[in-house]
Each structure stands twice: as C-alpha cells, then as structure tokens.
Design a protein around this ligand. Structure first.
Ligand code: C5P
Length: 209
C-alpha cells in the first residue's frame, strides 16, 4: 500500500519518543509508542499480582486495548522494571505483534520501540535508530522527572538513573527474543549534541531523500 511507515528504535531516554511525536505531527501520521504496550501489560500484571511467566500475562497481552495503554500510571520506576521483564517473554511479544501491524493499515504510522525496524516492520519506508550516551539520557530523564537544579543530591540522582538505564539497556539488548539492535538499513541519529528540533530536521532530511 501507499501508507508511509516510519520505524524508530533505540534505548530508553534517547529522545525517540519526542522525535516520533514531532514527525507524526509534521507528516500527519498516527503515532504509536510501543513501549506503552509492554508497560500496560506490566502494570496489569502487577495489579493482578501475577508472575511474569504465567499464562494470564499472555492473556492480558492478547486482550490489551487502547484504554489500557492510555493509562497515566505507566511511567513509574516500578513499571519500567516489569515492562522489560514482560517484554522478554516470547509469547507476550507474539500476542502484541498483529496489533502493532494492524495499527498502521489505515493511514500509515510513526512507531517507536525496540524492534520496529527489525521485527514489526522489516519493510518500513524509513528506519531510524536513535542513540545518545547514558549520561546525556540520564540527565534528560532527571530533568523530566525530578528537576530541581539546586538539589544537593542532583548528581547522585543522575548517577542512579544512569545505572538503572544501563541495566535496562543490557536486558533489552541481550534478550533472546527481539533484542534491541539497529536494522541493517536503519539510519543512525546521535542526539547527544542536538536539540529536539535539530533531531527533527535531520530525520526529515532522511525521510525526504
Ligand atoms: O520505551 P519504553 O522505555 O517505554 O519501553 C519499556 C520497555 O518495553 C523497554 O525496556 C523494553 O524492554 C520494552 N519494549 C520492547 N519492545 C518495544 C518497545 C518496548 O521490548 N518495541
């Protein structure tokens, strides 16, 4: 079909969500943050007191609705952790696969995650792989969440966020199923020294080529 599919992958905190939203806006495409799917499954798993490998968790993934991933309690450290645990379960990933592909069928999509260019849309029109150093990512997270520039424990907080980020990176990149890696035809964008707008401009250049 003629639907434009833009796949954006990268570790957490690299700025891919910001980029994906801006691109979707600019190109008038629907946007899906697939991290929210795994977060919603993790959240529901916690609420129901289930264990990660149970069949009930697979059922939760199969029955997931937009309402579940629009919840506003999905970005907590607790959910960060369980999301990456459920995301390592092959059956959970399989349960979410068609839903993600289906999302693009009407009007195309800008989709961000870990395996969009490698597994979900291997034939995406454009694949972007966004990177940033752990330190820069931790600083951005800190600004988003805690941000008091005079906080005496600022440095410790940033270090702690950086530690958690790199542990999650390690889990996402080393898991057996859909490990995070750039697709062979992905364009790498390093956001360390770029503003959000500069990242957008670069991505648009790549898309328009
Ligand atoms: O991107 P975000 O940090 O919200 O993703 C939460 C977790 O969901 C990640 O740590 C990762 O384990 C998982 N995830 C995934 N595949 C995706 C999107 C997210 O495995 N496409």
């Amino acid at each position: 079909s003629n639907n434009l599919i833009i796949a954006i992958d990268g570790f957490s905190g690299v700025g891919k969500g910001t980029l994906a939203k801006a691109l979707a806006d600019k190109l008038s495409l629907p946007y899906l943050d697939t991290g929210l799917l795994y977060r919603a499954v993790g959240r529901k798993m916690l609420d129901a007191g289930l264990s990660v490998k149970s069949n009930e968790v697979v059922q939760i993934a199969e029955q997931l609705t937009q309402q579940d991933w629009n919840r506003n309690d999905l970005r907590t450290p607790e959910v960060d952790k369980v999301a990456s645990q459920v995301a390592a379960q092959p059956k959970v990933r399989a349960a979410l696969l068609d839903m993600q592909r289906h999302f693009a069928t009407q009007q195309g999509v800008v989709m961000d995650g870990r395996d969009i260019g490698t597994v979900i849309f291997p034939n995406a029109n454009v694949k972007l792989f966004v990177i940033a150093s752990p330190r820069v990512r931790a600083e951005r997270r800190w600004l988003q969440y805690t941000a008091n520039p005079n906080d005496p424990v600022k440095e410790e907080q940033i270090k702690q966020i950086e530690l958690e980020l790199t542990q999650r990176d390690e889990a996402d990149a080393s898991r057996a199923v859909a490990p995070l890696r750039p697709a062979e035809d992905a364009h790498i964008i390093d956001t360390d020294y770029l503003s959000a707008n500069e990242v957008l401009v670069r991505a648009l250049e790549i898309i328009q080529r």
